[in-house]
Design a protein around this ligand. Structure first.
Ligand SMILES: [Zn+2]
Length: 205
């Protein structure tokens, strides 16, 4: 039997692989589901940081710009993501407004902020603090709760229903949100959590 440090489990399907060392720039993928198992450390850190920063700016754009413009019978109405959330802000639906704002805006932003906070010291070569480990742990814990993609799917379903009744134009925020969803899905398969945890662990003082 191999010692547990010589084994690496796939973060997606738990298949165990032997933990061989990788040449510069190489990546190891899960034989069963194709998720990245392990990546050379500096490449892993740079890709996590680049993707988290791009997602963060896309998120800010998705919140600030107009999301949709609906026109019917000569009247048009434009809304942003915040406007969509505020539409539920009446007394009865206030908890719904809070949940939508939390799941599609605050938790994803908090998660991206935590990733940037945790990984920046690794990228600049300085020693990560215990807080960086906690921040990356928090980002991992928040992953299932960041639901921007579910929001986009919901919007798409609603638009199919509304399309026959009104003319719909997509604002810049819609495209920013869509790109964000693609980037998040890509990030989740591309990012090598093993390398980031190793880097956060071994550089700890
Ligand atoms: Zn797998």
């Amino acid at each position: 039997m191999l010692p547990s440090t010589d084994l690496i489990a796939c973060p997606h399907c738990d298949t165990l692989h032997s933990n061989a060392s990788l040449p510069e720039g190489a990546k190891a993928y899960c034989v069963r589901c194709g998720v990245v198992l392990k990546q050379e450390r500096s490449t892993a850190i740079v890709s996590v940081l680049a993707l988290a920063m791009s997602s963060f700016f896309l998120m800010v754009a998705a919140i600030s710009f107009p999301f949709l413009n609906v026109s019917v019978a000569g009247q048009s109405n434009s809304t942003s993501v915040i406007g969509a959330v505020m539409a539920f802000s009446e007394t009865f639906t206030l908890p719904l407004a809070a949940a939508v704002a939390g799941f599609i805006i605050f938790l994803p932003l908090m998660r991206l902020g935590a990733i940037i906070f945790a990984v920046t010291p690794l990228a600049t070569g300085s020693t990560p603090t215990r807080a960086a480990q906690s921040a990356f742990g928090l980002a991992e814990a928040l992953r299932p709760w960041s639901m921007a993609e579910i929001f986009i799917v919901g919007v798409a379903v609603a638009l199919v229903k509304v399309a026959g009744l009104a003319t719909i134009a997509f604002g810049p925020a819609f495209w920013a949100f869509t790109l964000l969803v693609v980037l998040t899905a890509w990030q989740d398969t591309l990012i090598c959590r093993y390398s980031i945890w190793r880097a956060l662990d071994t550089q700890q003082v």
